[in-house]
Write a protein that binds this ligand. Structure first.
Ligand SMILES: Cc1cc2nc3c(=O)[nH]c(=O)nc-3n(C[C@H](O)[C@H](O)[C@H](O)COP(=O)(O)OP(=O)(O)OC[C@H]3O[C@@H](n4cnc5c(N)ncnc54)[C@H](O)[C@@H]3O)c2cc1C
Length: 391
């Protein structure tokens, strides 16, 4: 057993740490205040080769895998959760293509993401169907004029990066619309400029501002058989992409938690009350020690989950391990950001310090890509099936 990160990942960590301190830390507050897409940060990521981190070398990427992306996201999210989301979006919509796509789809869609010339979005959620994916109403019906073609109609919502995306991975019912079977759902890749595709609205949200979240409307969108990812009814295969994402979302959690606690730790060493530094109070020290332990536990779960995903261990029997990382790390982020606000007192509540921003930004993480409750359900199912340590 070896707990050391490989040398090339350590080098990546050091370089992304420098980039984050130089380019992201000074911009985090402004990105939140304006809500404008940080094109400068995207270009810095592109120039540093980070947009292609998890894309295989054969398609122009760095081939650093889920672990590479996890470590990079942890570093950038120490200062800005939304920049972690920008890197995450190089993997979320490309996942189904990398895992289940055809060679032609890989050649067409992956190099642009790796080079930072295109962006993409992931359309699973619908207004009435978030956790309950099988309740989706977006439909794809066979195109009578094109052999193997489909016509899509429906509304996706809360899609991250919906405005900036050049293409979307979208899920639609191809089987019986009332069916809850997974093979009634198919994954499609859809170019933004396909007739019938539009973005009718974007959301006003409490945090993670700078990358728009919004709706994608599909009105009689015609696509060919080359747009089907993982075969008709191949939802299960495409969902492996989501399983493999758990450590990447978890990385945003541990990065945010580390950033918040690093900041609070420096503050309590300076702040005085009752004639002494507040860091000398045992109550403050124990609180920091406890959350530091939880962050380290979350890091171990997250790195292990990234390692599992890179071994191709994202199928059903590995789900509990992947879900534990996502659930625990994101809950730790919420807890750590709350502790940071509390340790700064009134100052922590004001915009003079980044703590209130971390506090607002953290909450998104326990909701996206499977809420904490959904992850608990998956962990429990694995436990009941003896997929964990069991005699
Ligand atoms: C900022 C942001 C960005 C997002 N980006 C994307 C994106 O890019 N693409 C995309 O497709 N979606 C995206 N989403 C949507 C996100 O994936 C969904 O919000 C999430 O899956 C939860 O669905 P819901 O909001 O409909 O909640 P619901 O499913 O309505 O759940 C409401 C509450 O009930 C709980 N609940 C539901 N089912 C159960 C159960 N079986 N047992 C116990 N509790 C349960 C949930 O945990 C939650 O607390 C984004 C959301 C946010 C906030």
């Amino acid at each position: 057993m070896n707990f050391d990160l490989p040398d090339e990942i350590l080098e990546l960590q050091a370089s992304v740490r420098r980039l984050s301190q130089e380019k992201i830390k000074p911009r985090a507050r402004e990105i939140d205040a304006t809500g404008e897409y940080p094109q400068d940060v995207f270009e810095a990521f592109r120039d540093a080769g980070l947009t292609g981190l998890c894309i295989p070398e054969a398609y122009g990427g760095a081939g650093a895998g889920i672990l590479g992306l996890t470590v990079a996201i942890e570093e950038v999210t120490k200062y800005s959760n939304v920049t972690g989301l920008m890197l995450l979006l190089t993997r979320l919509p490309t996942g189904p293509i990398m895992i289940a796509g055809t060679e032609e789809q890989k050649q067409r869609y992956l190099p642009g993401i790796a080079e930072g010339t295109t962006r993409c979005g992931f359309g699973l959620s619908e207004p009435q169907a978030g956790s309950d994916v099988a309740g989706m109403r977006t439909r794809a019906t066979p195109d009578p004029d094109v052999e193997g073609g489909w016509i899509l109609n429906g509304l996706k919502c809360w899609m991250s990066g919906v405005v900036q995306a050049d293409w979307y991975t979208v899920f639609a019912k191809t089987g019986d619309p009332s069916s809850r079977a997974h093979d009634s759902i198919t994954c499609f890749v859809i170019d933004r400029d396909t007739p019938g595709v539009s973005v009718p609205r974007t959301d006003r949200k409490m945090g993670v501002r700078g990358v728009d979240t919004g709706e994608l409307l599909l009105e009689d969108v015609k696509v060919g058989p080359q747009n089907v990812v993982g075969g008709v009814g191949g939802f299960r295969l495409a969902m492996f992409g989501l399983n493999a994402m758990r450590p990447i979302v978890a990385a945003r959690g541990i990065g945010l938690a580390e950033g918040a606690i690093m900041y609070a730790t420096e503050y309590v060493k300076e702040r005085a009350a009752f004639g002494q530094r507040i860091s000398d109070f045992q109550g403050i020290q124990w609180k920091l020690a406890e959350i530091a332990t939880e962050i380290e536990a979350a890091r171990l779960l997250t790195y292990r989950a990234a390692w599992l995903a890179d071994q191709g261990k994202f199928t059903k029997e590995w789900v509990p391990h992947l879900s534990m990382a996502k659930m625990y790390a994101t809950e730790v982020a919420v807890k750590a950001s709350g502790i940071a606000v509390q340790m700064l007192g009134a100052a922590g509540y004001m915009e003079d310090h980044p703590t209130e921003l971390w506090y607002r930004d953290a909450k998104q993480l326990t909701i996206v890509e499977g809420t904490s409750q959904v992850q608990l359900g998956l962990i429990a199912r694995g436990l009941l099936n003896h997929d964990l340590w069991w005699d």
